[in-house]
Design a protein around this ligand. Structure first.
Ligand SMILES: Nc1ncnc2c1ncn2[C@@H]1O[C@H](COP(=O)(O)OP(=O)(O)OP(=O)(O)O)[C@@H](O)[C@H]1O
Ligand SMILES: [Mg+2]
Length: 344
């Protein structure tokens, strides 16, 4: 065995030692094999405490039905130690999301707010069954009362659950955007109907018909974000996970997008709205999940954001104080959470 092969074998042993249980798809599969006695409370009363929350008294959800339920989710990564000398870098395991529980009911918008770098996009990706190769994912995710494994989540992607991704790089650089958007319709929808729906959405979001003939690199950032919104709204999803859908949009278009999510929820869908724009989110959401250091520290009714006295967690109160209308009184909102500060 050459020195290089020996080194590779040693690295493999180290990996096995330090990350005893990696292989994300396998784990979710294993979890799905385990029956957890069914999904708690598909039907429940409005004031009933379940899954770590009670319902918002004035929320729109129908019959208390859970569309999406994430329980005890953890996401971590195997990484090489950046500070170690190149040839002796050992692998370590960093857990970014830990013991996270969140739910979205039919007819409801849940806003997810928190510091930058705290794992919100990872949550969105996990719900969509999108896992990085170095990720280890544990937890339970139900869609419409059915426990999902990794394959189930992947099958629901674009077929029940739609993502508005945070990065505009999610557009295919080699395909005209009109075709891309039309491609998000259900395969059974006839071509003419797809074009009609795409044109309707483009008009709604101020994209001219000529835009359909452009490639992503020819779009401004705001146009690309509108195209991503159109992609998510093309299909007829049950759940939309919108990861920062509004940056780069002027206020009118941002309001329109959120109003469309509201209309979608009012029609029985569920929306997980990940956003730094708390003020805008409070306009349309039913509940707010406050995210800190990779977990939800408080899930509360929007009405409770009227005053810091009705918020339970100190970080939620810090977010309240950081809202522009409250004079940005707390400058330490991002401290200790994720890499960066909170930028509301
Ligand atoms: N494949 C990966 N390997 C290692 N670390 C990763 C990987 N993907 C994400 N991370 C880390 O996970 C952390 C959470 O990232 P994430 O993008 O989910 O944060 P976020 O809350 O969405 O931030 P923002 O508000 O800026 O969008 C970051 O520190 C990021 O570097
Ligand atoms: Mg993000």
């Amino acid at each position: 065995m050459s020195e290089t092969q020996k080194g590779a074998a040693r690295a493999e042993e180290t990996r096995a030692e330090q990350v005893p249980a990696c292989g994300r798809a396998a784990e979710l599969d294993a979890l799905a094999d385990t029956l957890f006695g069914g999904h708690e409370a598909l039907e429940h009363a409005d004031e009933q405490e379940h899954h770590h929350h009670t319902h918002a008294p004035a929320s729109h959800h129908e019959h208390g039905h859970h569309l999406l339920q994430v329980e005890d989710l953890s996401v971590g990564f195997r990484m090489y130690d950046e500070d170690a000398p190149f040839f002796r870098a050992r692998q370590r395991f960093v857990e970014v999301i830990s013991s996270l529980t969140i739910s979205v009911h039919a007819g409801e918008i849940v806003a997810v707010v928190g510091a930058s770098g705290s794992g919100k996009t990872l949550l969105a990706d996990a719900v969509l069954g999108l896992f990085e190769p170095n990720a280890t994912v544990r937890g339970r995710i139900w869609f419409d009362g059915e426990l999902q494994d990794a394959a189930g989540l992947a099958a629901l992607r674009g077929n029940g659950v739609s993502l508005v991704p945070q990065s505009v790089n999610n557009l295919d650089p080699l395909m005209k955007v009109g075709r891309q958007v039309e491609g998000f319709a259900h395969p059974d929808v006839p071509h003419a109907e797809r074009r009609r729906r795409r044109a309707e959405l483009f008009e709604r979001y101020g994209l001219s018909e000529e835009t359909a003939q452009l490639y992503p690199f020819e779009l401004s950032g705001g146009m690309a974000r509108r195209v991503l919104l159109c992609c998510a709204l093309m299909d007829d999803p049950h759940v939309i996970v919108a990861d920062e859908p509004t940056p780069g949009l002027d206020l009118d278009l941002a309001v329109r997008a959120l109003d469309d999510f509201r209309a979608f929820a009012d029609a029985g869908g569920g929306v997980m709205l990940i956003t730094h724009d708390i003020e805008l989110a409070l306009r349309v959401a039913d509940r707010v999940a406050v995210f800190k250091d990779g977990t939800v520290v408080e899930e509360t009714a929007v009405a409770n954001f009227a005053s810091p006295d009705t918020l339970a967690h100190p970080f939620s109160r810090a977010l309240w104080h950081a809202l522009p209308e409250h004079g940005f009184r707390d400058r330490n909102v991002g401290e200790g959470s994720g890499k960066g500060g909170f930028h509301a």
